[in-house]
Design a protein around this ligand. Sequence first.
Ligand SMILES: Nc1ncnc2c1ncn2[C@@H]1O[C@H](COP(=O)(O)OP(=O)(O)OP(=O)(O)O)[C@@H](O)[C@H]1O
Ligand SMILES: C[C@@](O)(CCO)CC(=O)[O-]
Ligand SMILES: [Mg+2]
Length: 397
Amino acid sequence: MTVKDVFVSAPGKAILHGEHAVVHGKVALAVSLNLRTYLRLKGTTTGNVCINLPNIDTFLCYDLSELKQLIPVSCGKREEGKPLDAELVRKLREFIGVTNGNLDTCNMATLSFLYIYISLFRSSELPSLTVSVWSELPTGAGLGSSAAYSVCLASALLCASGAIPAPLKESDQSARWCQEDLEQINSWAFQGEMIIHGNPSGVDNAVGTWGGMLRFLAGKIIPLSRVPLLRILLTNTNVPRSTKVLVAGVKDKINKFPSIMTPVLDSVDAISCTCEKILSEMTCEPITGEHYNILEELIDMNQHHLNVMGVGHPSLDTLCQVTLTKGLHSKLTGAGGGGCGITLLRPETDSSVVQTTVQDLKDCGFDCWETSIGGPGVQQHSPLSVKEEVLEILNRY
Ligand SMILES: Nc1ncnc2c1ncn2[C@@H]1O[C@H](COP(=O)(O)OP(=O)(O)OP(=O)(O)O)[C@@H](O)[C@H]1O
Ligand SMILES: C[C@@](O)(CCO)CC(=O)[O-]
Ligand SMILES: [Mg+2]
C-alpha cells in the first residue's frame, strides 16, 4: 500500500493563566502563537518507516517487518479518546530500548510517532513512509512544542490512513478540516501528549488543533471569539526543563499539602475567570488603563502562585524583575521550571521601551521577541505555499 503525501502545520501556544491548575480541573486561558511546527509525510516503496526530526537531531528508519511484530495481539482498530494501549506502549518501549522509566527527548518523540502510526494502521497494512518535522518553536520551553508535534502527527497520519479526508483542493494554498475531523485529530494528538507528558490536561493540543484563544476546563473547549488585540513579549530563559517532571512535582505537592494547595489552585481558577471577564469587557467597552492595571495584577498574583506550586526558577524571577524595572509585568507560561515567560505590553508602551527591555533580557542570556497571537489551528498546505526556509529544511530529507 502506498499512501499519499501530506503537508501539515500546527501552532504553538502561550498560556495566559491556568497552567498546572488546569491539570487538576481548573480553568485555563490559552492562545495560539504565530510560531508553527511543519510536518511532511511522503509515501514510499522502500519497505521502511523513517522519521527525520532535525530540531532534536533524530533521524531513524525502521523495517516494516520489525514494526509488524509490535502490533498487539489484543487486536482490532483502536478508537480515539481511549486511554493508551498499555500493551503497545510496553512493546514500543522495549523496541526503542527504554529500560528505565524515563524517556529522553528523542525517545518521547519516537514513541509518540510509532504509537500513533501503529494504532492507526494496525487493522490494515502498515505502509512504507517518511515523516519529516521542522518547528519554529523552541523545543521543551513552554510554548507547546510537544502538542504542535502531536497535532501534526495525528492530522497527517489520520489523513494518510484515510480516517479523515485531505481538505486541500487543487487551487488551495492551505485548508482546514471540518469540526468532526478536528475532534478526531485533537483526540489522537492527546494520545501523543499522554506519551510525552504523562498526565496532560489537553489544553495544549486543543490550541494546536483549533488555534485562536480558548477557555479550557476539564476537557471542555470554548473558543473565545471576541478578544482584544494583546501585545505580548515572549522570553525564552533557555533553561531546559521537562513538562512531565514538573507536572508530576505539582501533583506530589498537592498530595503532600492538600489543605495548602487546594486554595492555591482555586485562586488560580479565579484569576483565569477574572482575566476572561476583563478581556471580554475590553471588547465591548472602551479599553481603559484600569483594564490593563487589572491584567497586570493578575499576572503578578499568578506568578506568585506558580512559585508556591514549585514551578518557578531563578531565571524566571530575573525575567520578572528586569521587566518590572520598565514597568512591565511578566509570568512564566507553560510548565515553568525555566523555559518561557510572557510579558504584557500596554498599548502605550513605547517601542523604545520594548527595545531596551529586549536588550536587557538578551544581556541576561535570554531570547526575546514580540509576537502576534491567535494564529490558525492545524492546517493542510500545498507545499508551494509553505515558507521558503521551512521547505528548504524539509526538502533535505
Ligand atoms: N520539533 C520537534 N521535533 C521532535 N520532537 C519534538 C518537537 N517538538 C517537541 N518535541 C517533543 O516534545 C518534547 C518536549 O515537550 P514538553 O512538553 O516537555 O515541552 P513543550 O511542549 O515545549 O512545553 P509545554 O508543554 O510546557 O508547553 C521533546 O522532548 C520532544 O520529544
Ligand atoms: C503545565 C500544563 O498545565 C501546561 C503545559 O503547557 C500541563 C498541561 O496542561 O497538560
Ligand atoms: Mg508540552
